[in-house]
Write a protein that binds this ligand. Structure first.
Ligand SMILES: Nc1ncnc2c1ncn2[C@@H]1O[C@H](COP(=O)(O)OP(=O)(O)OP(=O)(O)O)[C@@H](O)[C@H]1O
Length: 264
């Protein structure tokens, strides 16, 4: 089986400073070009935001980065390893969180974290779970069935699951969706602390522009499967002549031109 149709020109040399590099990435689902020739990099130690309207291709891109969805063509390197060929070498060093992926609901929080911890071969797992329970304020419901938690509690458990192996690279798909502002702010603070403490890299898909402005050093904006812009939040806002990323997002979604703010 040939998993990837490589581009005809030789690929550029790997970038050791990149946590993620994608080049000419394409995913076609029957008639839908979900991702249509995307190239970008996530610098090591950065928090990079992946923005775009519904159906822009963010989740498909993240799934290809994790090796869960096979690209139609193009190249993905994660922590210096080619995906999906070297997937086994990187899976233990990365992790993923999405509020849309539920854990087995009848297992308690502790049991779920134990299962994931064993999958990642986490040493001193009991201590690691206790540490996460304390960091993320899970102690009170550690022995409750995961299906009986509130949305905010589930999100904290999902984050604990995502951090259980102390990943070098964390992929987050709308990590604060459906959270109250206080809990969402608390989760953001935790992510910032984690990044600093472990010099981790984070790719964050989000519809919350204030979140992206607060957390992200870089922003990649997708639209209909393509990259619309890729820069620091400040540079992007300057280019669109806007004071907030929310306004930039609306300009991109409604097809307004960068400098002039005119409808195309
Ligand atoms: N398994 C699939 N089979 C067929 N089409 C799919 C599949 N997964 C995604 N798509 C399509 O690919 C496109 C991109 O979807 P994707 O979920 O990547 O977007 P997204 O940017 O994450 O959107 P959202 O913000 O709504 O979560 C959409 O048109 C979607 O309908």
């Amino acid at each position: 089986m040939t998993p990837l149709a490589l581009p005809s020109s030789p690929p550029p040399p790997p970038d050791a400073a990149a946590a993620i590099e994608v080049a000419d990435l394409v995913k076609v689902y029957k008639t839908t070009r979900a991702v249509d020739g995307v190239s970008f990099r996530v610098p090591r130690g950065s928090i990079t935001g992946l923005l775009g309207g519904n159906g822009a291709g963010k989740t498909t891109t993240i799934s290809m980065i994790m090796g869960l969805v096979l690209p139609t063509s193009g190249r993905v390197r994660v922590l210096g390893c080619d995906m999906p060929e070297q997937r086994a070498e990187v899976l233990g060093r990365i992790n993923f969180e999405s509020p849309y992926v539920d854990m087995p609901s009848r297992l308690t929080v502790r049991q779920n974290l134990s299962v994931f911890g064993r999958l990642y071969d986490v040493p001193d797992l009991r201590d690691r779970i206790a540490e996460l329970a304390s960091d993320l304020d899970l102690t009170e419901f550690l022995d409750r069935a995961s299906g009986k938690l509130s949305a905010g509690q589930k999100t904290r458990v999902a984050l604990a699951k995502a951090l259980i192996n102390r990943p070098e690279l964390l992929l987050l798909d709308e990590p604060t969706a459906s959270l109250d502002p206080d809990t969402a702010d608390w989760i953001r603070g935790h992510l910032e602390t984690y990044r600093k403490r472990y010099d981790a890299s984070i790719l964050l898909a989000s519809h919350n522009m204030l979140e992206v402005e607060r957390l992200c050093d870089r922003v990649v904006i997708m639209k209909r499967g393509r990259i619309e812009d890729d820069d620091s939040p400040a540079a992007i806002m300057a280019r669109y002549n806007r004071a907030t990323l929310e306004e930039v997002f609306l300009d991109v979604a409604r097809g307004r031109d960068r400098e002039q703010g005119e409808t195309l």
